[in-house]
Design a protein around this ligand. Structure first.
Ligand code: PEP
Ligand code: MN
Length: 340
C-alpha cells in the first residue's frame, strides 16, 4: 500500500501517518519528492485498511498495490488450479469439460431424459436445479429435497457427477450430501452467510458471477469461500446486465482471460443463461472455448416448450450434439484434452 501525501503536506502530517502505521505493527518508508511525499507501507494490508489513512490530514490518496483478495489471487498462487468434481472430472487449464442438464429438476422422467441427452452428447458433469432462485415468487421454485433425490438417481443412471444450486445457508448440509459440486447462483454471489456456509463443506463450489458484478467483487466473493477453508472453487461467467435487451444477458468474453490473469481458479462459461436464446448457445460456446474457458455449462430439455424454467434457452438433443462437437473439436486446437 502506498500513501501519497498532498503537495506541501506538513512534516507533522507525514509523521502522524507513520506513527499510525507503526502503531498497527507496520513499517513505513518515506520518499520525499520535490512536489510531494510518498509513504510506502509494508505489513498487513487488511490491518492498514482499518486505519482510515485516507481521512488523515495531508493525505491525498491511498493506493493499494497488492490485491485485496489473497487466497484466490494469481499473485499468491502463480499456477492455475484444477478442481476435481466427483471422482475424476478435472476442471482446469489442461482439460475441457462439458456440463449439461436441465435448468430445473421438474420430474424424475424429465430429469432422466435430459441426463440421458447430456450423457449421450459426451457431457461429463450433469447440471440441474432442485432449488430455483426465481425472479418471480409465483414461478416454479424447484422440488427441493425431492429434486436432490432425483438428481442422485440420475447420477446412478448415468455415472455423471452432479452440480446443483443451493440458495439458503440452512440447506447447505443437505445439498452437500447429494451434490458433487454446489452452485452459488448469480443472485446470491454476495450472499455472504451462504458463501461462508459453502466454504465450510468439503465439496467443490461453482460461483456464478453476479448480474452486475465487477471481476474484483466476484473474486472477493470467492475469497469468502476460500477463507473458510474451501479452495475448490470454479468461477462461472453467465452474462452480465447491460443496456442490450435483445439477449437475456451479455456474455462478457473478456471475463475469461481477465479473471484467469487475476486468479488461479478455473473459469466456466454458461452460454445458456448468457444468451437466453437457444440459437446463440452454439456460437457463444465457440467463443467461450476460443477465449480459454475451462468448461461450458449448457441447458438441455427433451421438451423445451413445456419446460417450467428457461425453456427458450434449452437445447434439443440434436442441438446439444452440435455444441458437444464444438466442445470435442475446438479445445484440442488450444492444447486441451477433452474430458470424457
Ligand atoms: C442456473 O444456472 O440454474 C441459474 C439460475 O443461473 P444464474 O444464477 O446464472 O441465473
Ligand atoms: Mn435457468
Amino acid at each position: 500500500m502506498v500513501v501519497v501525501m498532498r503537495p506541501g503536506a506538513a512534516a507533522e502530517e507525514v509523521d502522524a501517518v507513520v506513527s499510525r502505521v507503526e502503531g498497527a505493527g507496520g513499517e513505513a518508508f518515506i520518499s520525499r519528492g520535490v512536489q510531494r511525499t510518498i509513504i510506502g507501507l509494508v505489513g498487513d494490508v487488511i490491518a492498514f485498511q482499518g486505519l482510515n489513512l485516507r481521512a488523515m490530514p495531508g493525505v491525498g490518496e491511498v493506493v493499494r498495490v497488492s490485491k485485496p483478495y489473497k487466497l484466490v489471487s494469481r499473485e499468491n498462487h502463480p499456477d492455475a488450479s484444477t478442481v476435481t468434481v466427483g471422482s475424476d472430472v478435472h476442471i482446469g487449464p489442461d482439460t475441457f469439460v462439458l456440463i449439461a442438464g436441465p435448468c430445473a429438476v421438474e420430474t424424475a422422467e424429465q430429469t432422466f431424459e435430459a441426463a440421458d441427452m447430456a450423457k449421450a452428447a459426451g457431457a461429463t458433469i450433469l447440471r440441474g436445479g432442485a432449488y430455483k432462485p426465481r425472479t418471480s415468487p409465483y414461478a416454479f421454485q424447484g422440488l427441493g429435497v425431492k429434486g436432490l433425490e432425483i438428481l442422485a438417481e440420475a447420477r446412478e443412471r448415468t455415472g455423471l457427477p452432479v452440480v446443483t444450486e443451493v440458495v439458503d445457508p440452512a440447506d447447505v448440509a443437505i445439498v452437500a450430501e447429494y451434490a458433487d459440486m454446489l452452485q452459488i447462483g448469480t443472485r446470491n454471489m454476495q450472499n455472504f452467510p451462504l458463501l461462508q456456509a459453502v466454504g465450510g463443506v468439503r465439496k467443490p463450489v461453482m460461483l456464478k458471477r453476479g448480474l452486475s458484478s465487477t471481476y474484483e467483487e466476484w473474486l472477493m466473493a470467492a475469497e469468502y469461500v476460500a477463507q473458510r477453508g474451501n479452495l475448490d472453487i470454479v468461477l462461472c461467467e453467465r452474462g452480465i446486465r447491460t443496456f442490450e435487451t435483445a439477449t437475456r444477458n451479455t456474455l462478457d468474453v473478456s471475463a475469461v482471460p481477465m479473471v484467469h490473469a487475476m486468479s488461479h481458479l478455473p473459469v466456466v462459461v454458461d452460454p445458456s443463461h448468457s444468451a437466453g436464446k437457444r440459437d446463440l448457445v452454439l456460437p457463444l460456446t465457440r467463443a467461450a472455448i476460443a477465449v480459454g474457458a475451462d468448461a461450458v455449462m449448457i441447458d438441455v430439455h427433451a421438451n423445451p416448450t413445456q419446460a417450467l424454467c428457461d425453456g427458450p434457452q434449452a437445447l434439443y438433443g440434436d442441438e446439444l450434439a452440435e455444441v458437444a462437437r464444438a466442445c470435442r473439436e475446438l479445445p484440442p486446437l488450444l492444447g486441451r484434452t477433452v474430458s470424457s
